[in-house]
Design a protein around this ligand. Structure first.
Ligand code: ATP
Length: 324
């Protein structure tokens, strides 16, 4: 392989830039040319390419978002779209592709490989940490720190006014962000998509913590919590069913996706970039690089796409004990 392309696709995540930098520099280290593709698969179809060298990626390791831009491409879901992308790749002389993104982006890469026999590698970039084959996805750690920071700030105002706050964090299908930040932010309860605690349990737990002398309470709620109520409905429930609570809600939203990547994410991105390029150079294809037992490990893309991540039951128990 003499020329490798790199793109970022799907939702952006902090650490994507650090991963692009790592891919570009690993190529430079091995004397391989590197092409940056703008706007994910959209740019592959339009031939939006830029040759990158070690200096093109200076000053980006600490930047959130992705300098290559990200996109969702409908056209890449069609055979015609992928054919166009392949023609551009051939014209440019690209011989391998590193895709930084989530499971949707990996599905696109796998389909592309199956159609054209083109070598592809995946780097998991998403704040949700919902990808099988790695204990951490890029951006997860940064998002945790951002959310904990926000919870701490909300706690200040909550305790000054004896308020109960419902804080919504990202996580439509998985509760990793809610569970971890809930524990770290000292939440009284944590509502996640994997477990239905039930409203009675919530009520009981809030009353219990009040009886033990707590003056403010924070409940961290994942977007897709299994009780099936959003934070506004939860507020309504408390207003109607519980006495003496001054309830407020806060949706953290897109701020969770931004910001400078944490040290952990920068190091992880660098390791993943090196592993992805070197695996392609060894002639392998259709793998995702991931972190397992603090080692870089490969997982077949197909498994990474289909596999489900599990919530850490030990963390659930810790959160239970902490809220006594
Ligand atoms: P996240 O969900 O974390 O934001 P993602 O990578 O899962 O990231 P998606 O929007 O699901 O985000 O996928 C990104 C792009 O991958 C899509 O816009 C599309 O171009 C491509 N893609 C997804 N699924 C397929 C598929 N079945 N066939 C071809 N391309 C696909």
């Amino acid at each position: 392989i003499r020329k490798i392309a790199v793109l970022t696709s799907g939702g952006d995540a902090p650490g994507m830039n650090a991963a692009v930098r790592a891919v570009v520099r690993t190529c430079a280290y091995h004397g391989v040319e590197c092409i940056g593709v703008y706007r994910g698969y959209e740019g592959l179809i339009e031939g939006d390419f830029k040759p990158m060298n070690a200096r093109s990626v200076r000053g980006i390791i600490n930047k959130g978002g992705t300098m290559l831009k990200s996109a969702r491409s409908k056209e890449f879901r069609t055979k015609e779209g992928r054919e166009k992308a392949f023609q551009n790749i051939i014209k440019e002389g690209i011989e391998g592709l590193v895709v930084i993104g989530g499971d949707g982006s990996f599905t696109g890469a796998l389909v592309f490989n199956q159609e054209f026999g083109f070598p592809v590698m995946g780097i998991p970039g998403t704040i949700d940490n919902d990808i099988f084959g790695t204990t951490h996805t890029l951006g997860f750690d940064t998002a945790l720190n951002t959310v904990v920071d926000a919870i701490d700030k909300i706690r200040d105002t909550a305790s000054s006014h004896n308020r109960l706050f419902f804080i919504e964090v990202m996580g439509r299908d998985v509760g990793h962000i809610a569970l971890n930040t809930g524990i770290a932010g000292g939440a009284e309860e944590i509502l996640i998509p994997e477990e239905d605690l039930g409203l009675d349990r919530l009520k009981e737990s809030l009353n219990r913590s009040r009886k033990t002398g707590k003056t403010s309470s924070i409940v961290v709620v994942a977007e897709g919590d299994k009780i099936g109520k959003n934070i506004f409905e939860l507020k309504e429930y408390v207003d109607e069913n519980m006495e003496g609570y001054d309830v407020r809600v806060s949706v953290l939203g897109h701020m969770q996706r931004g910001g400078a990547p944490s040290c952990f994410d920068r190091v992880l991105a660098s390791r993943m970039g090196v592993k992805a390029v070197e695996t392609l150079l060894e002639g392998e294809t259709n793998y995702m690089v991931g972190l397992k037992n603090n080692k870089m490990e490969l997982t077949p893309l197909e498994q990474a796409i289909k596999g489900k991540t599990k919530i850490n039951l030990e963390l659930l128990r810790v959160s239970d004990i902490m809220s006594t």
